[in-house]
Design a protein around this ligand. Structure first.
Ligand SMILES: [Zn+2]
Ligand SMILES: [Zn+2]
Length: 376
């Protein structure tokens, strides 16, 4: 079967590998037919980061945990990339009871069992059954397990009844192309804090987490935030934020300063610039009791956090990998029920066969599609 591999920056190609087969009674085999490009994938696609990151880990400029996720030479090609997809169920093992051949399902980016102590607490991205190292995930290379990338003809899914979440009837798969990761990541930043504080004000610092920031801005307006301010340097994303009901605040590209932001304070801040400066100004922009969730990669071990400011203002910094599986049922139901137009964030919709070229596009959100087989 065919699987998209990243060879090195700006070079991707289809590679052949043996078809995955059912190996246990709780497995399923699925065929992805819609795939989103995670914001994080643009790092190794657009920049020659492999050797510099290897050197950075060795010399202490990059946190060693990165090697646990991506290996001692991070993003070393070739490896199978991609970890957002909607797939069609092709085969199920004899113990799978909740799925049928032909079902359309979301496959979460992290592989989890559903039964271990971590999964039971909702920390599915830290599942202790599936994890050999820091994470068990699709599309990050062999250090995160043998699962392969999602831009492939077939995937083997363990613990399929737990892992796979069926799309509600009538929900357009293109609308939730990023539910495996970026859309669910935005959901956890916004929905729980807004539930605790209905009508709260929201600031999104956009940029590196290109689509997460936009999904967050849209979800905030859709969940009744009183104010949603979206800050970014790129006109394309500012326009999408406005379309989703946020107020767009253009800033110059470069290090973010508090003076660049609107002068008010916020109950909820989503930090998507992937910079220490973003974390700092995000925390300083909080109202007393506010919460800031950074969603980028913060590679250096010494990112500064303004603890005294946080102490004086009762600020919460919530940081961690996104546990997608537990939020998916509620997220998918919300999108199906309200018609939340998540597809407005998609800036390039490409044909699946064109993935090697399309996946390196310099664009906010790439989505690949091909027709499902219709095996039901
Ligand atoms: Zn991701
Ligand atoms: Zn588990």
């Amino acid at each position: 079967m065919r699987e998209l591999n990243l060879l090195r920056a700006n070079h991707l190609e289809w590679r052949e590998r043996p078809d995955p087969v059912l190996t246990g009674p709780r497995d399923a085999i699925v065929r992805p037919f819609v795939a989103g490009r995670c914001d994080g994938d643009t790092l190794p696609i657009h920049r020659h980061v492999s050797r510099p990151m290897q050197l950075g880990i060795r010399t202490g400029l990059i946190d060693p945990v990165v090697a646990g996720i991506c290996g001692p030479v991070p993003f070393q090609g070739p490896f199978a990339i991609g970890h957002e997809c909607i797939a069609e169920v092709l085969e199920i093992g004899p113990d799978v009871t909740g799925l049928t051949r032909g079902d359309f399902v979301v496959v979460p980016w992290a592989v989890s069992c559903g039964d271990c102590p971590e999964c039971t607490r909702g920390l599915t991205a830290k599942c202790s059954t599936t994890r050999a190292g820091t994470l068990a995930a699709f599309g990050f290379g062999p250090a995160s397990g043998p699962w392969g990338g999602m831009i492939a003809d077939r995937l083997r899914i363990p613990y399929a009844d737990h892992m796979l979440v069926r799309l509600p009837d009538g929900l357009d798969p293109l609308r939730v192309a990023a539910a495996s990761d970026n859309l669910a990541d935005a959901w956890r930043c916004i929905v729980a804090p807004l539930t605790r504080q209905p009508g709260g004000s929201v600031l999104v610092l956009g940029g590196a987490a290109q689509s997460i920031g936009l999904y967050a801005a849209g979800l905030a307006t859709a969940h009744g935030a009183e104010i949603v301010d979206y800050v970014d340097h790129r006109p394309e994303r500012l326009a999408i934020a406005e379309k989703l009901g946020a107020r767009a605040h253009p800033v110059k590209k470069g290090k973010l300063r508090r003076a660049d932001l609107p002068s008010r304070r916020y109950d909820i801040v989503v930090e998507g610039t992937s910079t220490g400066a973003g974390v700092d100004v995000g925390l300083r922009a909080l109202q007393p009791g506010g919460i800031c969730t950074p969603v980028g990669y913060y590679l250096p071990p010494g990112t500064k956090v303004p603890l005294m400011h946080m102490y004086a203002n009762d600020a919460t910094l919530k940081i961690g990998v996104s546990h997608v599986r537990p939020v998916l049922p509620e997220l998918l139901d919300f999108v199906a029920r309200t018609g939340f137009p998540a597809e407005h964030v998609t800036t390039v919709l490409a044909d699946w066969d064109d993935a090697p070229d399309a996946y390196r596009a310099h664009t906010t959100k790439l989505v690949l599609q091909r027709p499902p087989l219709g095996v039901a």
